[in-house]
Design a protein around this ligand. Sequence first.
Ligand SMILES: Nc1ncnc2c1ncn2[C@@H]1O[C@H](COP(=O)(O)OP(=O)(O)OP(=O)(O)O)[C@@H](O)[C@H]1O
Ligand SMILES: [Mg+2]
Length: 435
Amino acid sequence: MDCTLQIFLDDRWTDCAQIDVDDGLCQWNHLVAYAVDHTDAPLSLAEPVDMDIRHARTLPAFLYDLIPQGAGRRFLLGELKLADGPDADFPLICAGAFNPVGRIRVAEAVDYFETHVARHPAARGLPGLTIDDVVVRSAEFKETMFLHGMLGTGTTGVQGAAPKYLLTRDHAGLLHGDATLADADAAQHLIAKLPRGNSAADDKVLRNEAAYMRVAAALGIRTHADLPTLHGDVLLIPRFDRIARDGKVVRLHQESVASILGLPGFDPRPSLFEVVTGIRKVVSDPTAETLEFIKRDVLNLAMRNTDNHARNTAVQLVDGKVRLTPLFDFAPMYLDPKLIPRALRWYRPDTRVELTDWADVLAALPVPDHERQLLAGELGRFAVQIERLPDIMKAQGVDHDIIEFLTPSIDTQVRQLNALQPPEAPHATSNPTHP
Ligand SMILES: Nc1ncnc2c1ncn2[C@@H]1O[C@H](COP(=O)(O)OP(=O)(O)OP(=O)(O)O)[C@@H](O)[C@H]1O
Ligand SMILES: [Mg+2]
């Protein structure tokens, strides 16, 4: 079984690579014409564009970002009459990756989608929906979902456990399945995220995700300019991998940390030290991104967002610069009924023992000493903001009982960050680049 990958460059889709899977062996290569002309546009920042033919027992790591998961995976397994398991991954990409997050897609999946649309002629020209249609799951919404299956809304193209639809707002403000609206008609791209399950706790996690994002924004963490908004039990998340501009849509390169580390499979568990090293290898400003990553982890710990797995952090390429994407999937995951423990941790590279104090993490961080000092200074200053977290959370609408519950974890972070540098003299001036 083989497939052709396409990449969206200069306003069109271009064939770029061929993947062949046979009897558990995967072989892939860039197309020659692509390798010659596009060395500046890799499929993954970990895979240089060249003429090599790669062989492995697994699919290349970057492809795992495209494999349907969650509700989209279950839907497609049924359509394809496949049993779940690793052997299903490649057929699922070949049918489901016609419109994924990022700028890569699979040509065969586009054919699969077009065949599906042709079987449902009534789906053409369906009216757009309002957000209320989505919230109350109106008859129009159900019809759109049925006729387009989970496909038109791109559910197979967005990963994660919670049910999601990729929706696009047209210039009149109405919502459409992302795959069904022409680029020229697109004004804004959104992910509609529903609670993971049916329990009150699932609802609470999603309700607080919007507030958690506002808190992160208030603390200066990189967030998308348009923050998520809650409508009933639907979280509408503006996408940062698409820019609709002048009747065109720009699709940005986006790739998970699992992918830049070259880790295949769905649950890789790199140490956070490896994650930092991997991020520093590909980003344009390693110092800035290391600080950003560590601040996010301070917040994960303080606000108990335990689900910090290697696909919940990603990098993007914007205007020729590689950086961490704006924050996503930041929520009080400690409440999840599935009891999600903190997925990735700071395992000391030599001893593999977990470090749980920032002073120890900084000491073991593979960075030059002047950078270590700079990080210590910046994180010491961040303590002042973390100390104010309860008030900020209250102002941004986080549930009262969550704020109460977080008191000890916030205190721990404040204490550890304050210990990173001696308190400044009352009248000392501070310069962030030369502490
Ligand atoms: N605003 C966004 N713009 C572009 N891509 C996004 C955005 N938010 C999320 N994504 C992508 O969509 C994927 C799924 O989103 P998210 O992580 O929020 O879902 P989830 O179901 O809560 O995931 P998990 O299973 O990790 O809990 C992310 O891994 C990321 O690749
Ligand atoms: Mg996620």
